[in-house]
Ligand binder design. Sequence first.
Ligand code: CMC
Length: 433
Amino acid sequence: MGENKFATLKFGDKEIDLPILEGAVGPDVIDVSKLYAQSGVFTYDPGFTSTASCESKITYIDGDEGILMYRGYPIDQLARESDFLEVCYLLLYGELPSKVEKDKFVKGITYHTMVHDQMRGLFNGFRRDAHPMAIMVGVVGALSAYYQDSLDIDDPHQRMVASYRLIAKMPTIAAMAYKYSVGQPFAYPRNDLGYAENFLHMAFSVPCEEYNPSPTIIRAMDRIFTLHADHEQNASTSTVRLASSSGANPFACIAAGIACLWGPAHGGANEAVLNMLNEIGTKENIPEYVARAKDKNDPFRLMGFGHRVYKNYDPRAKVMQETCHEVLAELGIDDDPLLELAIELERVALEDEYFVEKKLYPNIDFYSGITLRAMGFPESMFTVLFAVARTVGWVAQWNEMIEDPKQKIGRPRQLYTGATERTYTPMHKRAHD
Ligand code: CMC
């Protein structure tokens, strides 16, 4: 990053030169880190829409062009030609693995998939109707109680052990959360299966029957994981970074990321898309709902449309749409009414002036919900699957942050607009009404 260009900020009688930093690609950033010390003012940026919170080498997004790259590799190439564990390696280590490196990594992850057997008892403490994300937040946080030999964030070896454990155990915990909710016995992981197939096995196999998903379904699961693996400084990743900036342990920090992901504006959106499609019901009702989405006095929004960063077609949505068609064809669902409704809704919205003008395109969640439902997952599991996939992104960003010599505790400031100093009034002197 070069520091030879400056932006000059003038206000009052002050004139301050702020360094301009250049990234490898993408917009330059104005370094305001010393602004307060130099001038006594803060910057104001609710929602961090204009703020780069860190330097990162992991994921690059160009929202206007609809580009997403992990470590420089375009997402559609990775989704089509690579596999999820290779992508995990890439995100963690920065380069594609050699055959030997990949085999070692796959083995390392595979042999960490079991959870401490006492953790099975944890699940019984949850109500049967608990949302699986509520279970995930609790159980993933609880990993810090079971794996105390990988909590020292200053030890690179312990950090890597914690990273492997998180990537490996997340599908096991997610499948256990699902099994618990449907009242079926937990299925132990199988080391002879790949990451995605093993997850499907733990979610859908039962002791009395074989479960043999087709290669198309396994591939779709793997692809869904790849498409969701990282997305630079989104809300949950920023949450993980902020939580870990205090030195908190990795399991607690990832649990914080899961909590953030749960919200409908973030990971909860694909669940919200299906709820919305069910509510719309038939194609005839689409105009009414599109009108509601445009009405500023109505809180309704078209779920699965719009993105903070993409002001173009979400590049993940293209691959997701293809995968959706493949899965439905494989399962013989050629007339899914929800898919037909979704395609029609997409068509109407993309031709509507409001959506065109505001650059609101379908995002990945628009098609992932339909795909996951066809694969047999209930809506409440959608965000859980997102969490399984995003764990590697959180972990890679967490490692990067800890290794960054510029890292310090995250501590935003504020524009205070509350009461100015006043004197405490005892109760008997306050107004009585
Ligand atoms: N339906 C109707 N209007 C919308 C929508 C929508 N889905 N999304 C944005 N708008 C409007 C919004 O009302 C605003 O209008 P105006 O400028 O007149 O006030 C304008 O478009 C810009 O929206 P914004 O809320 O300022 O944009 P944002 O960057 O803060 O929000 C978003 C991004 C994803 C939260 C929002 O588009 C949204 O709520 N979408 C639906 C939920 C969804 O699909 N979320 C999944 C995101 S992708 C998965 C992930 O990466 O986590």
